[in-house]
Design a protein around this ligand. Structure first.
Ligand code: PGA
Length: 255
């Protein structure tokens, strides 16, 4: 089964609305038909979703829109929260959940990640589920069991179809924003274990259609080392997604 590679830009808490419009326009202008075989996703802050959606819609772009987080309830007294339905209405087809920064700074638990995954699927939005170990866990030789336990918890109760549609991003915490990447072999080993776990839980067809991304200081200068890895289907990009040229170059590497 051939999986369409994905390059998703996680803009984090960066870009004012005016800057978000410029960046999405620049990425849109940089897009050419050679990129039709790669899925590009822009994940700006909530307040920029509408304007980026307008830019992408106006340009009849093939670039998809994603959010960086969601709350699992449909509506109600949840001050500050955003529902899956709201994301759908503004044009999101993807939503990042369980990013390590959300787990660390906003105390997001595996149970919360699972609730968000279900709520997103109900609205027809594909979750990009993040997982990854910290440095002490890696140094203790516990990276694989740690990541597998995150994945089992996040995917609990999904259907076979949903598991196959899912995107999982393996992002070792010690590689995020540090300039230090996992070796491609080490990253591929974890991505393979994630795929194998999905196979054990949901069967071979879900495992072979599921996309697994690597994230953590992926840049145009190092992407070529990750591209040949059989279990890495693209990247979740932070810093290098804030520059249109690097983002497009990263996507082109996966053609
Ligand atoms: P980075 O961030 O590319 O800046 O390391 C990746 C991420 O946190 O998704």
């Amino acid at each position: 089964m051939t999986r369409k590679p994905m390059i998703a830009g996680n803009w984090k808490m960066n870009k004012t609305t005016a800057e978000a419009v410029t960046l999405s326009q620049d990425i849109s202008y940089g897009y050419d038909s050679s990129l039709d075989d790669v899925e590009l996703v822009l994940c700006p802050p909530f307040v920029d979703l509408k304007s980026v959606s307008t830019v992408l819609g106006f340009d009849k772009s093939r670039i998809a829109l994603g959010a960086q987080d969601v709350y699992w309830q449909k509506s109600g007294a949840f001050t500050g929260a955003i529902s899956p339905g709201m994301l759908k209405e503004v044009g999101c087809s993807y939503c990042i959940v369980g990013h390590s920064e959300r787990r660390e700074h906003f105390f997001e638990s595996n149970e919360a990640v699972n609730l968000k995954v279900h709520a997103l699927f109900e609205e027809g939005i594909i979750p990009i589920v993040c997982c990854g170990e910290d440095l002490p866990t890696r140094e203790a030789g516990e990276a694989l069991p740690f990541v597998i336990s995150q994945i089992k918890a996040a995917l609990e109760g999904l259907s076979v179809k949903q598991a196959g549609d899912l995107v999982i991003a393996y992002e070792p915490i010690w590689a995020i924003g540090t300039g230090r990447t996992a070796t491609p072999e080490a990253a591929d080993e974890v991505c393979a274990a994630i795929r194998q776990t999905v196979g054990e839980l949901f069967g071979g067809s879900a495992a072979s259609s599921l996309r697994v991304l690597y994230g953590g200081s992926m840049k145009p200068e190092n992407v070529s080392f990750f591209v040949p890895m059989p279990n890495i289907d693209g990247g979740l990009i932070g810093g290098a997604a804030l520059d249109a040229r690097s983002f497009i170059d990263l996507a082109k590497a996966f053609i």
